[in-house]
Design a protein around this ligand. Structure first.
Ligand SMILES: NC(=O)c1ccc[n+]([C@@H]2O[C@H](COP(=O)([O-])OP(=O)(O)OC[C@H]3O[C@@H](n4cnc5c(N)ncnc54)[C@H](O)[C@@H]3O)[C@@H](O)[C@H]2O)c1
Length: 237
């Protein structure tokens, strides 16, 4: 992979795995995250709050100094409990701000910085279209919105050869930071959710990184506007 790859949420579980694989495949990796964690040697960390237009603008300006931006992986996200009927409106707003509006802000600003032929990859979730997942309606709505935006950006940026795709992970071996573990416990634990998938397996971040690398590579020149479930068959279920 040539050029600069920016990974928002790059110090998270999935973002870090994607950063590692993209770097191995030759990209100059920029890890953009609110959470300042040490990054691997050779990667550049830029503190960035995806809800703040100035912060996102300065992240792109810094990243552009390292070379042509050829990949943008939008892998940030938060999960807060929002139960239908009793949700805290502040939590609902925060989830939508970070996950949905933050992804839109990053993609909108990316437009001015991405090289021709670049790739954008967004992160949804298998839960986006599952009404039976209790306790996370704001998260699910934010992810359904991200899948919709994938198609809008794919159409809008297509004439410049910029491809925009999305991955929808299923139950991961490693739940998200914050309330991810709490939700997993309420679902009955990792063994229970694994047994609920057609393949009887939890998804690893390394598998997601391989799908991300494929979609952002020159092996997928005609693939744009798609949502790839990487979910052990859960969306088929
Ligand atoms: N882990 C799962 O079970 C799972 C399943 C389906 C989808 N996903 C999605 O995949 C993506 C990555 O998930 P993960 O498991 O790596 O989660 P994670 O919690 O490990 O990482 C998310 C990262 O986003 C960052 N972030 C949060 N708010 C931010 C902000 N305002 N600005 C910049 N960065 C911010 C966090 O600091 C964190 O490092 C998310 O979009 C998540 O919704 C995860």
């Amino acid at each position: 992979m040539k050029g600069v790859a920016i990974i928002t949420g790059g110090t998270g579980t999935i973002g870090a795995a994607i950063s590692e694989l993209f770097q191995k495949r030759g990209a100059t990796v920029v890890v953009a995250d609110l959470d300042e964690q040490p990054v691997a040697k050779g990667q550049t960390f830029i503190r960035c709050d995806v809800t703040d237009p100035k912060s996102v603008a300065s992240m792109f300006a810094e990243a552009a100094k390292l070379g042509d931006i050829t990949s943008l992986v939008v892998a940030h996200g938060i999960l807060l409990e929002t139960v239908p009927g009793t949700a805290d409106p502040v939590a609902v707003g925060k989830v939508l701000d970070v996950n949905l509006k933050g992804s839109a802000l990053v993609c909108d600003q990316a437009s001015a910085h991405l090289a021709e032929g670049a790739s954008i990859l967004l992160l949804s979730s298998m839960s986006a279209f599952m009404g039976r997942v209790v306790g996370g309606y704001a998260y699910q709505a934010s992810k359904a919105g991200i899948e919709s935006m994938t198609r809008s950006y794919a159409v809008a940026f297509g004439a410049r050869g910029i491809r925009v795709n999305c991955i929808a992970p299923g139950y991961m071996a490693q739940p998200m930071k914050g309330e991810g573990s709490k939700l997993r416990a309420r679902q009955g634990g990792s063994d229970k959710v694994r047994e609920a998938t057609p393949l009887r397996r939890l998804v690893t971040e390394q598998e997601l990184a391989m799908s991300a690398a494929f979609l952002c590579s020159d092996q997928a020149p005609s693939i744009t506007g798609v949502v790839l479930p990487v979910d052990s068959g859960q969306r088929a279920f």
